[in-house]
Design a protein around this ligand. Structure first.
Ligand code: UT7
Length: 345
């Protein structure tokens, strides 16, 4: 194994007998819809101000998909970019995992719809639901398939059309979210450390603080459920905020400890883009400098499972991450769920 730029790192997988095989990200791609919805636009829809949204969240604008554009369309566009950058053909992909809370429909899976749209006929395909933590959960699952030698090329996508489940009459939530997608290609690259370790966590005891109660087996769609606004996202923002900071910090510390690296060894922290105040608090507690922590939520808002993938793509495009750099991903979302990962880019 080559040394990183910073220092010798411990690959936690070595003790599990996986030496000689690693799971790396071959390429990343992202796509956001063209339509921009600014804070000023929202002032015309609900009782809010640009000043409130900016000071409480850091968000200035977000992207909104066209009515005819579904989550699978966003995911397909991100996937095609990642595939082109990785130089792979659709036939080389043997597994597609899509993290989303806004699938095109309850079934079939959005992953199957994307499989057809990109022509990856050899690939198995399934969706994964871990809300805003979904992309990191999906990375962990994808890498297990690579490391166990059952699959060679896994397409992991985080894609959301959150505008389809937002209550545009609820100022507490509608200002926060946006649409978009990001995708990575995972493969075995033995000359690099790649994805070093991933932590996933969950606490179903706090399921009620962030949910969409309608549309499932508990509250199927009925005229009453629609009238009761059960098919929209609901959130107790203050409670989510408190849990987010604690869980993200503890997951981040655990993965760094597993790899025997400190925050000073991390080139770029890519947190789930929920709220600038959450990200500042996490960065502070971890001892990161502000320029270590990547943020693009001012332009996209919270895109749930897509957020870390879009941010990773932009960080790479902006030269904030180069080959050999250590990157810390850290996420948090409904479930509650959370997670963190250390990877060598
Ligand atoms: O991906 C994970 C998903 N979710 C999150 O990460 C969200 C985590 N939570 C947050 O980001 C913050 O809690 C929010 C941004 C949602 C809210 O910020 P806050 O500082 O916790 O505000 P608050 O909920 O305590 O509300 C403060 C006031 C309330 O008015 P009163 O009751 O004090 O009179 C709200 O009604 O701000 C009011 N308010 C608004 N005012 C103007 C709430 N939303 C708005 C709004 N415009 N859009």
């Amino acid at each position: 194994m080559p040394e990183t730029n910073s220092k010798e790192i411990t690959n936690p997988r070595a003790k599990h007998g996986f030496l000689g095989r690693t799971c790396s990200i071959a390429a990343v791609g992202s796509y956001v819809p063209d339509r921009v919805l600014t804070n000023q636009d929202l002032e015309k829809i609900v009782d809010t101000t640009d000043e409130w949204i900016t000071s409480r969240t850091g968000i200035k604008e977000r992207r909104i998909a066209a009515p005819t554009e579904a989550t699978s369309d966003l995911g397909t566009k991100a996937a095609l970019i990642a595939m082109e950058r990785a130089g792979i053909t659709p036939d080389e992909i043997d597994l597609i995992i899509v993290a989303t809370i806004t699938p095109d429909m309850p079934f079939p899976s959005t992953a199957c719809l994307i499989q057809e749209k990109i022509g990856a006929r050899r690939a198995a395909a399934f969706d994964l639901e871990a809300a805003c933590s979904g992309f990191v959960y999906a990375l962990e699952i994808g890498q297990q398939f690579i490391m166990s030698r059952t699959h060679e090329c896994v397409l992991v996508i985080g894609a959301e059309k959150l505008s389809s489940i937002i209550d545009w009459e609820d100022r507490n939530t509608c200002v926060l979210f946006g649409d978009g997608a990001g995708a990575v290609i995972l493969h075995n690259r033995p000359d690099a450390h790649g994805l070093l370790t991933v932590k996933m966590g969950a606490d179903g005891g706090k399921a009620n603080i962030l949910s969409m109660p309608g549309g499932g087996s508990l509250n199927p769609a009925t005229p009453d459920s629609v009238q009761g606004r059960l098919h929209y996202l609901r959130m107790d923002g203050r409670e989510v905020f408190k849990s987010a900071v604690t869980a993200m910090c503890s997951a981040a510390r655990e993965v760094m400890e597993r790899c025997a690296v400190g925050i000073e060894d991390i080139k770029c922290v890519i947190p789930h883009q929920a709220n600038k105040r959450i990200l500042d608090a996490v960065g502070d507690r971890l001892g990161a400098t502000p320029d270590q922590v990547f943020m693009n939520l001012d332009r996209y808002g919270n895109t749930s499972a897509a957020s870390v993938a879009i941010a990773l793509d932009e960080a790479v495009r902006q030269g904030r991450i180069e080959r050999g750099d250590l990157v810390l991903l850290v996420v948090f979302g409904a479930g509650l769920t959370w997670g963190a990962a250390v990877l060598e880019w």
